[in-house]
Design a protein around this ligand. Structure first.
Ligand code: NA7
Length: 543
């Protein structure tokens, strides 16, 4: 007969982790390996995070498959084979499901469960966590692994509820097949998602209207099937690949370039841009060392892209509209594409400028702008996310003395290293604001954060420390450093989601750390080596 302990579901853990994407699953793996009890709560009915939700047509990773994956297991690296240079969404999701099975993660992941609140209880020194089914749990550590782009941004348009067709958001795509054959489709948004979805929807739709507020610099991905010999070569050199990625600026295993765009002749510069344009990938942005810090250098690459757009797009007026001029290249995350600009040469595709003629309302049968009305069967919102803070702020998180995260971040996010927050003891934010996160190759940054947190928790246990909290002073210095580094770059010149500009009313604060993945790792390692400098710790009280 089962004992009471066996039949009563466990509710108290060493750590509660929110999210079962790349970061939550690796956090679980590391902590369980160290002997901690862990429960991961995941809102979706499957693992995969971003790759579970973003199922829109054309959804594909913009980092190359051989480094957009975990590095922690040699066996996993050896046995997994990517089929394409950039994996499509189903393949990344398949990979993450394989990881969940391969490392027996599923028993500790509770699906279909959204964390609604997490409150630090001063008296017990534990986090009290409530889920959307009303159940309560406690944990010594509360770790968020919610991703940086996980709360969809659905702009408020009057009339949407009366729209008689069907509408979709790229970041919350339906799981049943969506077919646009024969339909008039309106797509709003020309970020990475809109740029990937446009060519695919255009192939199906009777007519596609792309509603563009800001043109983007899309460069070719150069996607193709992986070749057996390159797979062998990559697998034989993984140690060097990861070393390079971890020490790099952006977490990508690219050679670092020392040359300024301005120290070569215009012909040589063009040759280099052309070569990298043909190669595809973010190597294009890596053409010269100063593209993100010197506007004059940046102008050269921006002009190169604009020239390419005019070469590809037949109608000069459309090419002009598609050519970005209001932000330097790379200061918004530069989308990679397959056939995006070519799509505007199709008869069944129309680019609609909503910068000069904004959307007024959604009508029952379409979209009305200040200039025109478009009759539509479907609307696709490719309007992005409430990035980096949106998902954290949706959870009612309260630290010491009932301080809410909303109050704490009323003027924008403040963290120490993007990992911890003053006032919120024993809480860690994987790829939180103030860390390289979205400005880097995510798996590399995720592994670094997870390893740092796992090592920290092992240290605390070994030292008998019950409570750890970032000091206000350390947090202030870090926030100032993040801003100072950003101000030395061109990033603040763009109205991007890096700065919260896409969400009306969101405080304008530059959120990612742009000082480089390699430098950042050194800083975090030094903090740990100095017995977690910048943190206050309290010993466990022996009873
Ligand atoms: P992004 O990059 O935030 O793009 C969203 C797009 O939607 C962008 O073109 C926005 O124009 C547009 N947008 C947002 N709100 C509105 C409103 N209210 N009206 C009109 N147009 C709007 O999101 P994605 O999903 O494409 O990509 C996110 C990341 O996912 C990407 O960087 C990769 O890392 C993967 P705006 O530029 O704000 O004028």
């Amino acid at each position: 007969m089962a004992t009471a302990a066996e039949t009563t579901p466990k509710t108290d853990f060493d750590a509660i982790v929110v999210g079962a994407g790349f970061s939550g699953m690796y956090m679980l793996y590391r902590l369980r390996d160290l002997g901690f009890s862990v429960r991961v709560f995941e809102a979706g009915d499957g693992v995969g995070g971003t790759w579970y939700w973003n199922r829109y047509p054309g959804a594909r990773c913009d980092s190359e498959s051989y480094y957009y994956c975990y590095s922690f297991s040699k066996e996993l690296l050896d046995e997994w084979e990517w089929s394409e240079r950039y994996p499509a969404q189903p393949e990344v999701l398949q990979y993450l499901n394989h990881v969940a099975d391969r490392f027996h993660l599923r028993p500790d992941i509770q699906l279909n469960t959204r964390v609604v609140s997490a409150v630090f209880d001063d008296a017990s020194g534990r986090w009290k966590v409530t889920t959307d089914d009303g159940k309560r749990y406690t944990a010594t550590y509360f770790i968020t692994a919610v991703g940086c782009l996980s709360t969809a941004n659905l702009p408020h348009y009057e009339g949407l509820e009366e729209f008689q067709g069907t509408w979709y958001h790229t970041g919350q795509w339906r799981h049943e097949p969506v077919v646009f054959t024969g339909q008039r489709v309106g797509l709003i948004g020309t970020g990475a998602s809109g740029i990937q979805a446009t060519p695919e929807i255009a192939k199906q739709a009777a007519h596609l209207y792309v509603f563009q507020r800001t043109p983007n610099y899309a460069t070719p991905s150069g996607n193709r099937p992986m070749r057996p010999e390159e797979i062998r070569e990559i697998k034989a050199h993984y140690d060097e690949i990861w070393k390079k990625a971890r020490e790099s600026m952006g977490g990508f295993p690219f050679d670092s370039i020392e040359k300024s765009a301005l120290e070569v002749s215009p012909e040589e510069r063009r040759r280099i841009y052309e070569e990298r344009w043909q190669q595809g990938s973010f190597r294009f942005l890596n053409s010269f060392s100063d593209l993100l810090v010197n506007k004059e250098a940046n102008d050269t690459i921006a002009q190169f892209v604009r020239d390419k757009i005019h070469e590809i797009v037949k109608d000069p007026k459309v090419a002009d509209l598609l050519s970005p001029t209001n932000h330097p290249y790379g200061t918004k995350r530069p989308p990679l594409n397959t056939g995006y600009y070519e799509t505007f040469n199709r008869e069944n595709v129309t680019l609609v400028d909503i910068r000069n003629a904004p959307i007024v309302r959604i009508t029952p049968t379409g979209i009305q702008t200040t200039e025109n009305t478009y009759e539509l069967d479907s609307i696709v919102f490719a309007t992005g996310f409430d990035a980096m803070t949106g998902t954290l702020l949706k959870i009612d998180i309260r630290g010491r003395n009932e301080l809410t995260l909303k109050e704490k971040w009323a003027d924008g996010p403040r963290t120490y290293l993007g990992l911890a927050i003053h006032g919120f003891p024993n809480m860690f934010t994987i790829t939180g604001p103030g860390s390289p996160s979205v400005l880097s190759n995510m798996p590399v940054s995720i592994e670094q954060h997870v390893d740092w947190i796992a090592d920290c928790l092992a240290y605390l246990r070994a030292q008998g420390i019950a409570r750890i909290e970032a000091t206000q002073h350390a947090e202030e210095i870090w926030v100032a450093h993040v801003n100072q580094v950003a101000d030395q770059t061109l990033f603040p010149l763009a109205n991007s989601w890096y700065i919260g500009a896409n969400i009306p009313g969101k405080p304008r604060v530059f959120m990612p750390y742009v000082g480089g993945v390699g430098n950042y790792r050194k800083i975090c390692d030094a903090v740990a080596a100095k017995h977690y400098e910048g943190f206050e710790m309290a010993q466990a009280i022996a009873i």
